[in-house]
Design a protein around this ligand. Sequence first.
Ligand code: ADP
Length: 250
Amino acid sequence: LSEDLPVPEIHDEIADLTVSFNQMSSKLEEAFAMQKRFSQSAAHELRTPLTVLRTKVDVFKKKKEHTSEEYDNLLSVITTHTNRLSELVKDLLDLTNMDDLDYDEQIELNALLQDVVEELIPLTKEKNITINVNGTSKSIAGNKSLLHRAFYNLVENAIKYNTENGTVDICIGDSADHAVVTIADTGIGIPKELEELIFEPFFRVDKSRSRQIGGAGLGLSTVKTIIEKHNGVVSVSENETAGSRFTIQL
Ligand code: ADP
C-alpha cells in the first residue's frame, strides 16, 4: 500500500487509472493512520482510570483492617474514576452513532440555544459567568438532538475555560443561504498555532489543567463531526478583547 505504482509513460487511460489508484492508496493510508491514532488515544484514556482503580483496590486488599476513612476514600476514588470511564464510553459512542438519523427536523436556533444556556446555568454559578444570547430568529433543517449536543459542548467549553466573572456572548446571525452562530468567551484563549489541532480527538491544550477541569478532549471533535454532518463549518479565532470565538456556519 505504501509504495506508489509507477505511472506509465504514455498518457492514456491506464496512466490516468494508475494516478487515481495512487491517490486512493494514499487517502486509504491516511485513513488507516488516523484510525490507529484514534484507537491508541482511546486505549490510553481508558487505561488511565483503570490503572488508578486497580492500584487502589490492590493496596486496600493488602491491609487486613481498615478505618472508616479508608473505606470512604476508596469509595470516592471508585466513584470518580467509574464516572470518568462511563463519560468516556458515552463520548466514544456519540462520535460513532450519527448515521441513520433524521436530518430534516425544523429547528429554531434561538430556542435551541436558549435551552442549552438554561441547562448550563448551574455551571455558570461556579465562576459567576454571564451569558448573553442575541440575534435574529432563524429556522434551519437538521437533527435537533445532535445540534443541541454540538452547541452544548461549545457553550460548556466557553464557561469551563472562562475566567472568574467572565462573559459568554452568543450571537445568531443570518446571511442569504446560511445561519451563522458565534460563541465568544472572555476566557483563557487558545494559542494561534493550536487552533486547527483542538478539533482533533483527544487533543487538549494543557493536558494537566484540562484533566482537572474534566473531559477527555472529545468535545470539539464531536462538534466538528456533527456540524460537518449538517454540511456546515466550524472554526475558531481569537476574540477581539480576550478569549476565543467559535463560528458555526450552517
Ligand atoms: P475537553 O474535554 O478537554 O474540554 P474539547 O475537545 O471540548 O475537550 O476541547 C479540546 C481542548 O481545546 C480543551 O482541552 C481546551 O484546551 C481547548 N478549548 C476548548 N474550548 C476552549 C475555549 N472556549 N477556550 C479555551 N480553550 C478551549
